[in-house]
Design a binder for this molecule. Structure first.
Ligand code: PMV
Length: 318
């Protein structure tokens, strides 16, 4: 049995986080500059059924059987074996590495699950389909998120820009004209489950206020879909800014994020917003090619922990 390797990218939500949990549309793109990779090798001398995981980024070195069932990696492996109906499993070693920062809105958890599920199923000779990989990752995401919308597992599995509505089949977004995102990490870690839970508690207290905001976010996402498909890059920036203003009203922004957003706009970004659950994590800015360097330098000088530049483009270019 040869070694099998599978990778999955990070992701950024361009439009519609939080509102997407409440049924409004959202747009997300893969971020290929960061990756989670799982490599599965046979453990010739190991006992049948034993699966050893080495995940140096989270300082984990253990047998899957020794992990609690609610551990996301254990869950991903267990769901994969159950889906395959695998009774007798050859002993294997799994090495999981990732360059995606954790708890920062770039989808580190979902990417680890996608890479792991793909590598283990391929190693066993039965690679799962994208639909299956996404569905299993969604189950694992429940451990991180509580009530995930499904956008993270979808965009990371398909590794293409997606227009996403909870519970509906994925729509791969046609990108009319490539555009550049500058993604900057505030360095503040934030728990998605915590922020999503806080929004839910606020929504339960004042449903009509939040439903109205979610409607407005949904409208922005719909308009953004039109702009992206039409290649109208100038229109995308102001829509990012409008989405950010709505996220501030929803209560998921933070002074650190807003400072970086202002810095990006001041350095020439066409628009900028937080991305992901918020209250920490990353901001994204859309940049004309000739202002990318200035925006990157300004964000670094303002204390961003890491700045990535990522192109949003149709697969294989246009
Ligand atoms: O995993 P994060 O931090 O990118 O957040 C996911 C986006 C939310 O809309 C806040 C939650 C969800 O499940 O869609």
């Amino acid at each position: 049995m040869p070694a099998i390797s599978a990778s999955a990218p990070g992701k950024a939500i361009l439009f519609g986080e939080h509102a997407v949990v409440y049924g409004r549309p959202a747009i997300a793109v893969p971020v290929n500059q960061v990756l989670a990779t799982a490599i599965v090798t046979p453990n010739i001398r190991g006992q049948s059924g034993s699966i050893f995981i080495d995940a140096p980024d989270i300082e984990l070195q253990t047998s899957v059987q020794d992990l609690p069932p609610e551990n996301p990696l254990a869950k991903a492996v267990e769901l994969t074996l159950a889906t395959l109906g695998a009774q007798v499993v050859p002993a294997m070693n799994v090495r999981l590495t990732s360059s995606i920062p954790v708890a920062s809105g770039l989808g580190s958890g979902a990417a680890a699950s996608v890479a792991l599920i793909r590598a283990v199923s391929s190693f066993l000779g039965k690679p799962l389909t994208n639909e299956q990989v996404s569905a299993l990752t969604f189950e694992v995401e429940k451990i991180y998120h509580g009530t995930p919308s499904g956008i993270d597992n979808t965009v990371i599995t398909y590794a293409q820009p997606v227009f996403f509505v909870r519970g509906q089949p994925v729509t791969i977004l046609k990108v009319g004209m490539p555009f550049i995102l500058v993604i900057a990490d505030s360095g503040v870690r934030s728990s998605t489950a915590h922020v999503v839970g806080a929004v839910r508690a606020a929504w339960q207290k004042d449903g009509s206020y939040y439903e109205n905001l979610f409607d407005k976010v949904g409208e922005v996402a719909l308009n953004a879909r039109g702009a992206i498909e039409a290649g109208n890059i100038q229109a995308i920036g102001p829509l990012l800014n409008t989405n950010q203003a709505l996220l501030e009203q929803i209560g998921v922004s933070s002074p650190e994020l807003e400072r970086l957003i202002q810095v990006a706009r001041g350095a020439g970004a066409l628009g900028a917003k937080l991305s992901g659950a918020g209250q920490g994590g990353n901001i994204i800015a859309i940049a004309a090619p000739d202002s990318v360097d200035a925006i990157k330098t300004a964000l670094q000088s303002a204390g961003a922990k890491k700045v990535l530049v990522s192109e949003v483009a149709p697969p294989g270019g246009i």
